[in-house]
Design a binder for this molecule. Structure first.
Ligand code: CA
Length: 243
């Protein structure tokens, strides 16, 4: 008996084939249930973590809450459309964005990608095709980012994949928590003042106070489950300490 035809499996690359690293958070913005479901399960099988929202408003909130590696953004959305969402995302982030477009959705504007998207994939698409395009973008956008893990004890952080693990288990961090942890890990055994951390992680233009740093450190300790790794230095700031 001939082997059962399995259209997606047959064409999948062999494990380890250079298709780029998988993993990290994909923010999927798609209001159509069947498409969202299909894409999500395909990506999950491929090792990505998927945050799926149905509107642009939710997408902007989730973009700030997770260390998102790439955004898959439908154009026809209830409320704010995909173009507007893309523009707003671009104003605050350089995360790669792939637009998902229906045939009749302003092809010229999409082709021009004037809103700052990195690529577009016309519907209908096969999930396989979408993931291949997505990986091509990731390869392109991440090729210059060295991705050796920064480690501290059992905590490992990969900048390119924007991925943090503790004992090999993935931890879901917000953008600022991720950047703060990266900054602390880059300066192990060095005391960083709250002002230095604010400057490095939030930027000079940030108007909030140093209390923001304390709140984020507390969140990091809780999420990592390793409060001992980030030590409070009384009156001076914080230090990432090696075990
Ligand atoms: Ca739609």
């Amino acid at each position: 008996m001939p082997p059962a035809t399995s259209p997606s499996r047959d064409q999948d690359p062999a494990p380890g084939e250079a298709w780029g690293r998988t993993g990290g958070v994909v923010l999927l913005v798609e209001d159509e249930h069947s498409i969202g479901n299909l894409v999500r399960s395909y990506l999950q099988k491929d090792g990505y973590r998927v945050v799926w929202v149905r509107s642009g408003e939710e997408a902007l909130i989730e973009l700030a809450r997770h260390a998102v590696r790439i955004v898959l953004l439908d154009i026809g959305l209830p409320g704010m459309d995909g173009f507007e969402v893309c523009r707003k995302m671009r104003a605050r982030s350089s995360v790669p964005i792939v637009m998902l477009t229906a045939r009749d959705e302003e092809p010229d504007r999409v082709a021009g990608l004037e809103v700052g998207a990195d690529d577009y994939v016309p519907k209908p698409f096969s999930p396989r095709e979408l993931v291949a395009r997505m990986k091509a973008i990731l390869r392109r956008s991440e090729q210059n980012v060295p991705d050796e893990a920064l480690t501290l004890g059992t905590v490992a952080l990969k900048r390119g994949a924007r991925e943090v693990t503790v004992d090999g288990r993935q931890v879901d961090l917000t953008v600022k928590e991720f950047d703060l942890l990266a900054c602390l890990l880059e300066h192990q055994e060095i005391v960083l003042s709250r002002e230095q951390l604010l400057d490095q992680v939030w930027g000079m233009t940030y108007a909030g106070g140093t209390r923001t740093v304390d709140v984020h450190v507390a969140q990091l300790r809780r999420k990592l489950g390793r409060p001992d790794l980030i030590r409070t230095m009384r009156g001076s700031g914080y230090k990432a300490v090696r075990e």
